[in-house]
Write a protein of this length. Structure first.
Length: 250
């Protein structure tokens, strides 16, 4: 029985790759990539990127429950943060954030993926967390995108812990330093369920309904860099408390 489950999971993961590249090759290369070279045309490219997220999300057999405890302002730029448990987190948030073109801060390793890496470089801010120079480049690039009216999405855990017993790992400073320095509000999201439904273990997972909660928007105009740790701890507390409401799903 376990063998059959593992076998079907491998087929399911293969399907993920197939439907991703069905879109990436014709649409990503010839439309999204050219439109992503300028901040002015990025919102147009984002509509196609967002469509990719939606079709990938449903194409993998997922559905969502979206709970809003507050409302986003369509005319405001944000730094979005959320817990990170699965590659589907990115696809889910593309599906959710339809009115706010987002630029992800993500792993530089993804640049190595053929074809996709070229597109990824234009629509994301890649960062090699082992390189001080790479980390230092994130702030000016993020500031440039925010000044252009775009939004930044950062998973402040900096990756997914190998220890699956960790509910929410420690947060890195980046998102909070950028938010304070640019006076950009932070919108806090919690993602529930995908850690079990699409883990980084290729032999596990299943289609199902994920939940995403928009918990709170934290203003930063009144904060200084000395408040960074307090802001970071507060955001961590908000997400952790939300996750702990669903112990069987995380």
């Amino acid at each position: 029985m376990k063998f059959l489950i593992s076998f079907f999971n491998i087929l399911w993961r293969l399907w993920f790759v197939i439907i991703a590249f069905i879109y990436i090759i014709p649409i990503g290369i010839f439309i999204v990539l050219p439109l992503s070279f300028s901040n002015k045309t990025f919102p147009i490219a984002y509509k196609l990127i967002q469509f990719w997220g939606t079709y990938m999300f449903y194409g993998m057999g997922f559905s969502k429950q979206y709970e809003k405890k507050t409302q986003l302002d369509k005319n405001e730029s944000y730094i979005f943060i959320a817990n990170h448990t699965s590659i589907i987190d990115i696809i889910l948030m593309l599906h959710v954030l339809k009115s706010h073109p987002i630029v992800f801060v993500g792993k530089a390793e993804l640049l190595k993926i053929p074809i996709f890496g070229r597109i990824y470089k234009q629509i994301c801010i890649p960062v090699d967390r082992t390189s001080l120079k790479s980390r230092a480049q994130v702030f000016p690039l993020a500031k440039e995108r925010l000044n252009a009216g775009l939004n930044i999405f950062i998973f402040p855990e900096g990756g997914v812990s190998d220890d699956t017993s960790i509910i929410l790992d420690k947060f890195k400073d980046g998102a909070f330093s950028i938010a304070i320095e640019t006076k950009t509000p932070i919108a806090i999201f919690t993602i529930i369920g995908l850690k079990k439904m699409f883990p980084f273990d290729n032999f596990k997972g299943y289609p199902g309904k994920a939940k995403v909660v928009l918990n709170e928007i934290v203003k930063t105009e009144h904060l200084s860099i000395e408040d960074k740790n307090d802001l970071k701890d507060y955001c961590h507390k908000v997400i952790l408390e939300e996750l702990e409401k669903y112990p069987t799903k995380i």
